[in-house]
Design a protein around this ligand. Structure first.
Ligand code: SAH
Length: 389
């Protein structure tokens, strides 16, 4: 019976649980939960193409699913993280989140930039609809002016995943030099060098032999945020927050099923809110947010969300800094006060799961990534508190 509990203790994260709760975890449903040492984990195969359970306007590939009994809401919940995590990570996340199968989607099927993410949620998957207007799906549809300097030997029509950092001026200078000193078209070796860097950093052509990184407002646009959403903070901060955020069209497509269910609006518990990709998605869907309790540690991110909220929303926004301070008691109080949460949404940090910083790529047990266990703890606490209502 202790598997899940053991796992939590192994994480070194201080999650205290009541005796009663521990008992609940002893049920047969948890019988398949094994200790988390990685070696027993089956890798989760990623689907190809990575289109999730279905895509807008593609009824052919649509699947049906039956959720495990213990997964069924209320509340609805929606969890996100990078698809390409080390072996066993998604299997573990799925085991904690009531054995729900992840929905892996590459946002390149919905917009002009790739973003491979896994989503675990208990939302219905029938009758989804996309945000309108549909976002551009190619670079030239999104930014027609880049056609002018785009060389014929650059075959890219979509961008790669938008990252948290930008390329250096040194690199673009080196590329310009390499091209200036070779013919037209440049030799294959130069083409390869340039294309590798362009793909890695999402560089676009802005002049003869001249590439540049995207500007923050272009990244906002590609990710489905309103223009200037992150404006007013430093450029580095903007790239960082945008690089970590949801692709709004993708998330909105999944959340669209809530619209008919909640004509009077929703109460949302938003964990790891960032710059509010989930909130922007709900807003763009026309779903009123009566209350959002938002938990986000970054001061800059909180400022961005608050700015957007005050300009666009009439509901109540309650801000909390750290998921660790959102105790089960506080959750129960919120649940009583708002009559429960309709949606618990969030993507916990992926710092130890992905990216170029291999040194800290230590899986779900990494300091940041282990925050996932708070996501699980909080969803479970909301479930119990709502069960007592
Ligand atoms: N989905 C969000 C971004 C998620 S990235 C969006 O659309 O923008 C993960 C976020 O978790 C980051 O913004 C990070 O600042 C935040 N975070 C990290 N540690 C946290 C903690 N202990 N409590 C709350 N938020 C935290």
């Amino acid at each position: 019976m202790h598997h899940r509990l053991q796992e939590i203790v192994i994480m070194g994260t201080c999650l205290t649980m009541s005796k009663k709760k521990r008992k609940r975890y002893g049920g047969a449903a948890q019988g398949n939960r094994r200790p988390l040492d990685g070696s027993h984990e089956e890798p989760m195969p990623l689907p190809n193409p990575m289109v999730g359970f279905n895509l807008p306007n593609d009824r052919l590939r649509s699947v049906t699913r039956r959720l495990p009994q213990q997964a069924i809401g209320p509340p609805f919940f929606y969890y996100e993280n990078v698809a390409l995590a080390p072996k066993g990570v998604w299997a573990t996340i799925s085991r904690f989140l009531y054995d729900i199968e992840p929905e892996f989607v590459d946002s390149k099927h919905l917009c002009a930039a790739a973003r491979k993410r896994g989503y675990i949620h208990n939302l219905p998957i029938e009758n989804r609809f996309p945000l309108l207007p549909l976002p551009p799906k190619t670079i030239f549809e999104a930014f027609p002016h880049y056609k002018k300097w785009w060389p014929s030997w650059d075959p890219r029509r979509q961008l790669n995943c938008l990252q948290t950092s930008m390329s250096s001026a040194k690199l673009t200078e080196r590329i310009q030099c390499a091209l200036a000193s070779s013919g037209n078209p440049p030799p294959k070796s130069v083409q390869k060098y340039v294309m590798d860097e362009c793909r890695k950093w999402n560089l676009v052509w802005v002049g003869k032999n001249k590439v540049a990184h995207l500007e923050p407002d272009e990244v906002e646009y590609l990710l489905g945020f309103p223009r200037d959403h992150t404006r007013g903070v430093g450029k580095t901060e903007r790239f960082k927050s945008l690089g970590n955020s949801f692709q709004v069209d993708t998330v909105a497509y999944h959340l669209s099923v809530l619209k008919d269910m909640y004509p009077n609006g929703v109460n949302v518990l938003s964990l790891f809110t960032g710059i509010g990709g989930g909130e922007v998605a709900l807003h763009r869907l026309g779903i009123h947010m009566r209350t959002v309790v938002s938990v986000e540690i970054g001061e800059v991110n909180r400022r961005i969300l608050r700015g957007w909220w005050d300009q666009t929303q009439t509901g109540t926004l309650i801000e909390i800094a750290d998921v660790k301070s959102l105790t089960d008691d506080r959750i129960a109080t919120f649940v009583r006060r708002f009559g429960g949460f309709d949606l618990v949404i969030g993507g916990s940090p992926c710092n130890n799961l992905a990216g170029s910083n291999r040194h800290h790529r230590d899986g779900l047990e990494g300091e940041q990534s282990a925050l996932f266990y708070h996501y699980f703890r909080i969803v479970d606490a909301v479930k119990s508190a709502m069960g007592r209502m």
